[in-house]
Design a binder for this molecule. Structure first.
Ligand code: PLP
Ligand code: COI
Length: 356
């Protein structure tokens, strides 16, 4: 990685909002820290990022983000250990994925040094904002959007890359009941499903609302062609345990290549759990639920961490999952969070210390 030629300038907020925040009762992503990183793309290049007070952005009504949805994002977390050291989890993977998304949405790629050094500078400055109550962390949202103007349907000539932070608790408040989708699709072959494009989420809101009206918290998307194979959920990849085998769908151009997903697969293998990455049919899932071999399902993602699924709905029928005392979900959640919060050895080399 090339290092940056210019140092990142910091403009400090005049006063801090930190004392207004109830750190013992944090929801997910709804209060924001004092500063943000901003980096502008103009005249064919990314300018040196700077840290400024968290503030609204002014855009022209013709900015292309509003009309053509040229926008991508990432989701990451910063964790503080008992000794006050600050850690990120595989941040270079988020940088790579942001640039994969950028390429697909015709957005200029962010130099890795801008991402990594910008992140370090911001998280170091905001380290007081990292909650230490169990299960909480500082959620980090890097995003890039078309700030350039024009109604012409073509890529913008100006962009903004911003990193904002939100001290957060759990994404879900309890166990998650999911609906297996039979009508709508999240992504199609050759589309943008593998990118973390804002529009992928907007397209999910209506079917997810229909599911929520029936009492389901998330939709499990199926392949757009046949709706016969499960793919992923709205905000997380999905794991299924049949007997003692843990399986998940292979990534493709329709599925987000989750960093938690691949870490969970590595940890499961390290635990000696039999894993399979293969297509999982809805038929197989229903059959396993009916004959009792479907032991558990869970979602995996940065926001979701490892979230047990309590049951699924399909074709007008609900299938409940047993409450296991020793589930793979709890074992794997403990292993991954112990690494993230620096409570255990990191044999995979995933933890990244924020230089203070
Ligand atoms: N799938 C979708 C659609 C997501 O939004 C996310 C969250 O980022 C994931 C999967 C999990 O990805 P990761 O583990 O990299 O956070
Ligand atoms: C994340 O897990 O970081 C995500 O981006 C999911 C998001 C929809 C909250």
């Amino acid at each position: 990685m090339e290092t940056m030629a210019n140092k990142i300038a910091i403009e400090k907020a005049k006063s801090s909002k930190i004392h207004d925040v109830d750190f013992d009762n944090l929801s997910f992503g709804s209060v924001y820290s004092d500063h943000m990183l901003v980096c502008d793309y103009k005249n064919g290049k990314w300018n040196t990022p700077k840290v400024v007070p968290y503030q609204p952005i002014t855009l022209d009504p013709s900015a292309k983000i509003f009309h053509y949805g040229q926008s991508i994002f990432e989701g990451m977390k910063a964790y503080k250990d008992e000794n006050g050291k600050v850690w990120l989890f595989r941040p270079e993977e988020n940088c790579k994925r942001l640039n994969k998304s950028a390429q697909r949405l015709a957005i200029p790629e962010i130099p890795e040094a801008y991402f990594m050094e910008g992140l370090n500078t911001l998280i170091d400055l905001e380290s007081e904002w990292i909650p230490q109550s169990p299960g909480s962390s500082l959620y980090i949202r890097p995003f890039v959007f078309a700030s350039g103007n024009g109604f012409h349907a073509s890529p913008a000539d100006e962009y903004k890359f911003i990193i904002a932070c939100a001290p957060s608790g759990s994404y879900f408040s309890g166990k998650v009941k999911v609906l297996i989708e039979e009508t709508y699709s999240r992504a199609a072959n050759g589309g943008v499903g593998y990118a973390k494009a804002g529009g992928n989420y907007a397209g999910q809101f209506y079917p997810t609302k229909l599911a929520a009206d029936k009492g389901y918290q998330q939709v499990i998307w199926t392949d757009d062609n046949t709706h016969e194979f499960i793919e992923e959920a709205g905000a997380m990849n999905v794991f299924v345990r049949i007997n003692d085998t843990l399986m998940t769908a292979p990534t493709s151009d329709r599925i987000l290549d989750g960093i938690t997903r691949k870490s969970i697969l590595d940890i499961a293998k390290d635990e000696g759990i039999k894993t399979e990455v293969r297509k999982i049919s809805v038929h197989e899932l229903v059959e396993a639920a009916e004959n009792g071999s479907l032991k558990e399902m869970f979602g995996a993602g940065t926001a979701a961490v490892v979230s047990p699924i309590s049951g699924f709905g399909y074709h007008g029928k609900d299938y409940d999952l047993p409450d296991l005392e020793e589930s793979y979900a709890s074992l794997l959640k403990k292993r991954i969070t112990d690494i993230q919060y620096n409570r255990a050895e990191d044999k995979f080399g995933w933890r990244h210390e924020v230089i203070q």
